[in-house]
Design a protein around this ligand. Structure first.
Ligand code: ATP
Length: 363
């Protein structure tokens, strides 16, 4: 396996930068997810690493080699695509063997590698079948196997699970994670699904508008999003963001709403707010850190329930607070009705504060 280093990578189409000065290192044996909304540049970044499209500027190294000018076949990578790209007329065995035959390996070696890969991916019993005789999950496993037999330095995966139904996707998610753990493979994995990235990756590179926003472990990105984009993209339901104004009342820093309520801040949060570039501050809170009250309590702010969604274990409530929508989760035993007045208590230890001008986290 090998590490991958992207240095100041840029890809321009006309005047549009699809990839904007992206720099990051994927360690040897690391599973990195490139994640972000549609059009953020994640597939373009992967295709640059693969050599499928030429870079505009910057540098890509795989292992100790700069690969900028190398053909895809010389980069020691294997790609797994969303559409599997299997040969429909060939058996699973022949699909796996084909890349090795192209490399003119001896027949015994090809047979050994194919059978080893089939064993790793638990598909020895499928070797004689044609792709059309396989389920979506099995076809995806063959696509993984075809990458595996090549024994590449790096696996590049582009939304490999997006053609599977929800249940199978969850199962294959675990299988790919297991595949990574067993092989200690270096994997760069593109997905628009933040949950896939959070559950599978050692580190995630969150992208937006061609820019790398944050590159860190899922736990760190979840707990300390660097800006409002990352805060709202990672986590489900999304982190709620409430635009407010900072001011002082009787020496105490408070966040005020246009409706006239004021939320006193703890000393620690007050210090963060004082570092903001303006008085505009955005309060961020995840659903599980907000307490819902059915009557006024000191420190809780007034809100109005909007939608109520029971899911069995937990009920998700959306409520209007200071003209923003806030997500809250409550036990199914708490009765809440749409349009009901409610009061929300934010956990001061767990709220996030953002500069309303720059949208950056206040730390
Ligand atoms: P998706 O999840 O929808 O595939 P993505 O994050 O992978 O999105 P990219 O495919 O990398 O996004 O595209 C990034 C941006 O570059 C998009 O705005 C896209 O329209 C643009 N783009 C991609 N390929 C080309 C091209 N060949 N010519 C012009 N613009 C392109």
């Amino acid at each position: 396996m090998a590490h991958v280093v992207l240095k100041d990578l840029v890809k321009t189409y006309g005047t549009f930068n699809a990839v904007n000065h992206v720099s990051l290192t994927v360690n040897d044996g690391e599973f990195v997810a490139l994640v972000g909304p549609s059009g953020c540049g994640k597939t373009t970044t992967l295709n640059l690493v693969a050599g499928l499209i030429p870079i505009t500027s910057g540098e890509i190294a795989i292992g100790d080699r700069v690969v900028n000018d190398l053909d895809p076949k010389d980069r020691d990578i294997a790609m797994v695509f969303q559409n599997y790209a299997l040969y429909p007329q060939k058996s699973v065995y022949k699909n796996l063997a084909f890349p090795l035959q192209m490399r003119k390996l001896p027949r015994e070696e090809i047979d050994r590698k194919v059978r080893e890969a089939a064993q790793v991916l638990d598909m020895t019993h499928l070797l004689e079948r044609k792709p059309r005789e396989l389920s979506g999950g099995q076809q995806q496993r063959v696509a993984l196997g075809r990458a595996l037999v090549r024994d590449p330095a790096v696996f590049l995966m582009d939304e490999p699970l997006s053609n599977l139904d929800a249940k199978l996707r969850v199962q294959m998610r675990s299988e790919i994670k297991r595949f990574h753990q067993d092989l200690k493979a270096t994997i760069i994995y593109v997905t628009h699904d933040q949950l896939e990235a959070v559950t599978m990756a050692d580190r995630m590179a969150v992208m937006n508008g061609g820019f790398l926003q944050q590159y860190d472990s899922p736990a760190q990105v979840f707990a300390h999003p660097v800006n409002m984009f990352v805060a709202s993209f990672i986590g489900s339901p999304a982190m709620s963001l409430v635009p407010l104004e900072a001011s002082k009342a009787d020496g105490q820093t408070v966040l005020t709403s246009a409706e006239g309520w004021a939320l006193p801040l703890s000393d620690r949060n007050a210090r963060k707010v004082e570092a903001a570039t303006s008085r505009k501050v955005v309060l961020g809170a995840r659903h599980s850190t907000i307490r819902l009250h059915k009557s006024p309590v000191p420190g809780a702010v007034p809100a109005k329930a909007y939608t109520v969604e029971p899911t069995g274990d937990v009920t998700f409530v959306q409520a209007f607070v200071a003209a923003a929508i806030v997500n809250i989760s409550v036990p199914p035993t708490v009765p809440v009705a749409p349009d009901e007045p409610i009061w929300l208590e934010f956990d001061q230890e767990r709220i996030h504060l953002f500069d309303g001008e720059t949208e950056m986290a206040l730390n």
